[in-house]
Design a binder for this molecule. Structure first.
Ligand code: ATP
Ligand code: MG
Length: 354
């Protein structure tokens, strides 16, 4: 870290240490002095008369929280001799072990216990460790799928995305991802995605286009292979009934993804090859567009089932008083957003949040 670097952001550092009544967002790279700046601000608050009990400092890991506490201790010890403020510094040092310097999850847990009544959670709630959260979610997802047995609409929605090429593990991962983003699940519950079904092109016309170049296609050329692959998919689509078309298209997905460009000398010239390539690109483009549209529509139809799982699980955990790390954050956010009393008490309790 060069001195010049520091000269450049000296003003920003001063604001962090002095503008104590302002809310700041500080973004800086690794090792640039973020923690030092936070410690400076902490000590400045103490100097200014804020009791250490009313300062909360949050970090992401236990290790960082422990480091922060020790750095605050070091900075307070250095400030100990300062004439006008030394009783404040001494009092802060005395209370430092009790200070709210913690991970964000631990802070959320403290708040949620304090506001459990307002948040509607059991004050003696337990916090699941992340490994059992994951295990439990997998188990509950399996039970949820079983509970959908015999639910025609649900079974059809699941079968459809599987037919279109999504794997069961991927659906489960979607459930996991949404469980980690309860806000997103909430949004999706309120505003379900809608994707309209794509319209199918005239398959006979596409087949005729491809045939117009496959008849004279050179043997052993990659572009010829690509066109033949497309032709097989189109012929299979023509033979398929309405109910089978999308499964047929999904089964041909590999042929649609083929990107071979062909060899002009084999095609007897650039122009002939270019014409053939243009048809291959256009036909695979149209079919890929249909496949993507079908997948989007199928996922949009599946999503409410996953969202239902996520919100149902959240209610079960609240009822059982067994919360995940994500719940801690979400529940605290909700109670502070929705409950005036909790928000007021929070403001009373903390003068500064770092
Ligand atoms: N204004 C400054 N001038 C010179 N050196 C500084 C300054 N601020 C911090 N440092 C030094 O830079 C190093 C990194 O500081 P610090 O740990 O505060 O950075 P950080 O941004 O929190 O790092 P990390 O990304 O690892 O958390 C420390 O050795 C610290 O003493
Ligand atoms: Mg740091």
């Amino acid at each position: 870290m060069s001195c010049e670097h520091h000269a450049n952001d000296a003003a920003a550092r001063r604001v962090i240490g002095e503008a104590l009544d302002q809310t700041l967002f500080v973004e800086a790279g690794a090792g640039t002095g973020k923690t030092s700046a936070l410690v400076d601000r902490f000590v400045a608050l103490v100097r200014g008369g804020t009791e250490i009990d009313r300062i909360a400092a949050v970090t992401f890991t236990e290790k960082a929280a422990a480091e922060l506490r020790e750095r605050v201790r070091g900075a307070l010890e250095q400030a100990q001799g300062e004439a006008d403020v030394s009783p404040r510094i001494a009092a802060a040092l005395e209370s430092l072990d009790r200070a709210q310097i913690s991970t964000i999850h631990s802070f959320a847990q403290t708040l949620l216990r304090a506001f459990s009544a307002q948040a509607g959670v059991d004050p003696d709630f337990e916090v699941q460790d992340p490994v059992s959260t994951e295990r439990r979610r997998q188990e509950r997802w399996r039970l949820y799928l079983e509970s959908l047995d015999g639910n025609r609409a649900a079974e059809e929605a699941i079968d459809r995305v599987l037919t279109l090429g999504l794997l069961t593990g991927e659906i489960e991962r979607l459930a996991g991802d949404l469980s980690h983003r309860p806000t997103m699940a909430e949004l999706l519950a309120a505003n379900p995605l809608s994707a309209s079904e794509p319209s199918w092109p005239d398959v006979g016309r596409l087949r005729a286009d491809v045939e117009s170049v496959t008849s004279g296609a050179p043997e052993g050329d990659h572009l010829s292979g690509r066109l033949n692959g497309l032709l097989s998919v189109l012929q299979a689509l023509e033979r398929s009934g309405d109910g089978e078309r999308e499964a047929t298209l999904a089964a041909g997905a590999n042929a649609l993804a083929n990107g071979y460009k062909g060899n002009a000398s084999k095609w007897g010239g650039k122009d002939r090859k270019a014409a053939a390539l243009e048809i291959a690109e256009r036909v695979s483009g149209e079919l890929n567009g249909v496949l993507a549209g079908l997948r989007a529509a199928a996922l949009a139809a599946l999503l409410p089932l996953v969202v239902e799982f996520v919100s149902r699980e959240e209610r079960v955990r609240a009822r059982e008083g067994s919360l995940t790390f994500d719940d801690l954050i979400v529940r605290v956010r909700e109670v502070l957003r929705d409950n005036d009393g909790a928000r007021e008490a929070f403001r009373e309790r903390f003068a500064a949040l770092l």
